[in-house]
Design a protein around this ligand. Structure first.
Ligand code: FAD
Length: 388
């Protein structure tokens, strides 16, 4: 039933499980230090937009669902709302603006209007068990998986069925990749919940092996998709290498200059790892005569997933849902929309919004942390077996 040890090639990539295992400690350590720095820990987000798809009454009364925001005076000046609102919004021909959010034609996500929302210190609001369960959470997951239904071989989606039903035989490569991305993200979120779970009777926090077995290990493909997502994100970071290396992580803030050097050193290491092991061939997708239509659909459906985040009825879950869907969307844009010329930092210094860079690195950190948590669960499981 359960094969927690994965070996061999990671399907639809040019990488294998053993390689990802071998680099994850280093990758996770570098990312862990990076996401503690001022540039990467402050994320500007609008958590209070209405759910555009249904009347959302889901309300999580649990204390763990709440988040703490940061007063703007703590944020380096360059990233405050007044400075951000000078960011050029897309013109009518370049994209779509809705109240509070917008996207450009090349974007795979809705981005918050820079002047809306508040700053959150991500390190003070860790992703973990919050008690957000039941119909509201299931409805959101179900809606997310329903967006998987696109492409030339459209399947009928049973709205409230188990998401796996949506994955049907005979689907095209793009549809399979899409499903993997979503399922891998779901696996990562479930792994964090199970790894940082509150024991309801003692009030203590810690890993819950049975939770992990039920939600992840009993479905080996879910674990495989977590590795798949890591390869995909690494490939995007590899392609973005020159852009990320040239990026200004401290603005004019003198006291951040030392942090900036350290940030560049650590990012350099992450980019090296990504370049060596991020073996995903993005050119294998969106080929053939209907390629453009398929890509536009893929993009539109992923954008919808980022909007579904406004329907998540728990602030902390919505926060991390937004960070991670924006992070994956940024990776998809880098892989499928931007050529070498566009990625050139001297030709295109404003290629990405700050929030996209922050989301991409934090999302890769979430996934690398999930892989580390899986290793913890492997050890716990072996210890439990030895006791029996
Ligand atoms: P769920 O995880 O809700 O899954 C629903 C159904 O999806 C399952 O019955 C199964 O059929 C299928 N499924 C499960 N995993 C996969 C997979 N990897 N691939 C394919 N199909 C799958 N809760 C927290 O405590 N903390 C959080 O930070 C948090 N963040 C969330 C963020 C988002 C965007 C959403 C939508 C929910 C979040 N939740 C969070 C809620 C959490 O994800 C679960 O919904 C909740 O814990 C209930 O879990 P469950 O076991 O009933 O199944």
């Amino acid at each position: 039933l359960i094969r927690l040890k994965l070996t061999g090639p990671i399907e639809t990539t040019l990488c294998d499980y053993e390689t990802i295992e071998s680099i994850n400690d280093d990758l996770f350590n570098q990312l862990h230090a990076l996401v503690e720095t001022p540039f990467f820990k402050y994320f500007r987000v609008d958590l209070y937009r209405d759910c555009p798809y249904w009347e959302e009454n889901g309300f999580c009364a649990n204390r763990e669902c709440g988040i703490t925001t940061v007063d703007e005076s703590e944020i380096p000046e360059k990233w405050r709302a007044a400075a951000l609102s000078k960011v050029k919004m897309p013109s009518k021909d370049e994209g779509i603006s809705l109240p509070g959010c917008y996207y450009r034609d090349s974007d795979y996500c809705f981005l918050d209007d820079p002047s809306d929302g508040e700053y959150v210190d991500l390190t003070l609001n860790p992703e973990r068990f919050t008690g957000y369960v039941g119909p509201s959470a299931h409805r959101v997951w179900s809606a997310i998986y329903s967006e998987n239904c696109f492409g030339l071989s459209q399947q009928t989606v049973l709205k409230d069925s188990a998401p796996e039903v949506v994955q049907a035989d005979g689907e095209c490569l793009e549809q399979r990749v899409y499903y993997r991305i979503i399922s891998g993200l779901h696996t990562s979120i479930s792994t964090h919940i199970c790894h940082d779970m509150m024991n309801q009777s003692t009030g203590e926090w810690g890993p819950d092996l049975q939770c992990f077995i039920n939600r992840v290990a009993a479905h080996p493909e879910r674990l495989q998709y977590l590795y798949f997502d890591v390869v995909l994100l690494l490939r995007a970071v590899a392609r973005l290498g020159p852009y990320l290396s040239a990026y200004d992580y401290c603005g004019t803030d003198e006291h951040l200059k030392g942090v900036d050097l350290e940030t560049h050193r650590r990012l350099g290491r992450v980019i090296d790892i990504a370049t060596t092991v991020g073996k995903f061939d993005e050119t294998a997708l969106f080929r053939g005569e209907n390629a453009n239509t398929l890509k536009e659909e893929f993009k539109e459906h992923f954008r919808n997933v980022t909007r579904i985040m406004d329907c998540v009825g728990c602030d902390k879950c919505r926060l991390w849902g937004k960070v991670q869907t924006t992070g994956v969307a940024t990776a998809l844009k880098v892989l499928f929309e931007l050529d070498e010329k566009a990625l050139d930092p001297s030709a295109n210094p404003n290629l990405l919004q700050r929030s996209e860079v922050v989301a991409l690195i934090n999302t890769l950190h979430r996934f690398a942390e999930s892989l580390a948590a899986v290793n913890d669960f492997r050890r716990l499981w072996a210890a439990a077996d030895a006791r029996d």
